[in-house]
Design a protein around this ligand. Sequence first.
Ligand code: GDP
Ligand code: ZN
Length: 307
Amino acid sequence: MRTAETQIEGKEEIANLRKRGIVTRFHSNMVTVEDEKTGERFLCRLRGKFRLQNLRPIVGDRVEYTEDGFGSGIIENILPRKNVLEKPKIANVDQVILVTTLKDPDIPPRMIDRFLVLVEKSGLDVVIIFNKIDLLNAEDMKRLDELVEIYSKYYEVLLTSAKRGDGLKELIDILKGKVSTMAGISGVGKSSLLNAISPGMRLKTGELSKKLRRGRHTTTFTELLRFSFGGYVADTPGFANLDISSIDPRELKEYFPEFKEVGACEFSDCVHIDEPGCAVKEAVGKIIPESRYSSYREFFLEIVGSK
Ligand code: GDP
Ligand code: ZN
């Protein structure tokens, strides 16, 4: 006969068999969990209690699971999420890697600023990568230096060439042990960079973007890819629709860190557009780079116009 004591022991045993993992992929009613320590993969079912609680794991979730001995398992517990990115839906993202280029394609700073506004709104850390530096001549390099000066005051900036190998060691250090999502328009070299640092991933060039296009019509789920050196990256780029219209125009100024460097404006609710005594406008061309303020102004008017 089982006593109360052995039942408690039994419970502890189950608790001891629990392992920690991360949800890397979705299937119709199962998920792939990769073990935190070994990277081994298990197709896991959910315990019925989750259905009752209307709880569903999402990619990036840290979970506790138990193995059933047949290479599959059961999710016992979903650990609290640190954050949730909506598109693509991923939990516990550590950082955004924003990839941009000056040549092939020549991406205007305005577009970098648009991405940065969306990233700032998400509250995630961002690293800005200028890729394809192998294509730049002396004049382009000067333009690059100016951009690096503007952005490196507030963001980590890295110069890379997926083709020539520049900056790849540094990129590995940035990605190691973290969950990252790539951002940046098609053609800037997101897949090439990932392939260059983690050949095992074997992403076809342009694959990240292709997934995205497909994603507009059908529901493809994002998958987390594991780096051989530790850490994960989502196989679908984030912040891809570049839509800022849902931002409150009065809140937009919060997403330009430069504006926090200047003193107070005459009006405490100043939005730095046409108000008299505006300290931000006064600082343009001094503490605040002109291109950054002009992005702000354009975005502000765009958002107001869309309401
Ligand atoms: P994605 O759409 O952002 O994933 O971009 P891809 O990785 O598909 O790259 C787009 C094109 O740019 C491909 O033809 C790559 O070979 C090329 N490319 C990527 N990185 C570099 C680089 O650092 N230098 C040069 N010259 N070409 C690159
Ligand atoms: Zn102002």
